[in-house]
Design a protein around this ligand. Sequence first.
Ligand SMILES: [Zn+2]
Length: 125
Amino acid sequence: MKELKFIVQESNNTPHHTVTIRKEKNNLSARCTCESGGHDSLCQHRLSILAGKAKWVISDNGADVKRVINWLAWTDVGLAINEVTQAQKQLKAAGKELEAATERLKEAEKAAAEARTKLIEVMND
Ligand SMILES: [Zn+2]
């Protein structure tokens, strides 16, 4: 089993936390001691380190974050991160489609209202 621990802190005014990354064959685990680092939610500390970013690492092993990236390939966590990335791309694309469709809906509503007004006018002529 391989293990790396990073002490992270977002700013001088926030408490520091420990992120522990463990790898055993294709199983990777990433745990954090912060309130959001439990089993039910994702904290930015873990996501940041799993993304290869050492920006919040205050322990002197910040360079080891790059090793985590190499560990990720073909692990359960690496594959799940790829799925999240794909899903987020689809969500973004769907959001753009929705925006465009909402714009077309507004134009169609305006055109329908104008057509009804015109119908009333010609009926009353
Ligand atoms: Zn955390």
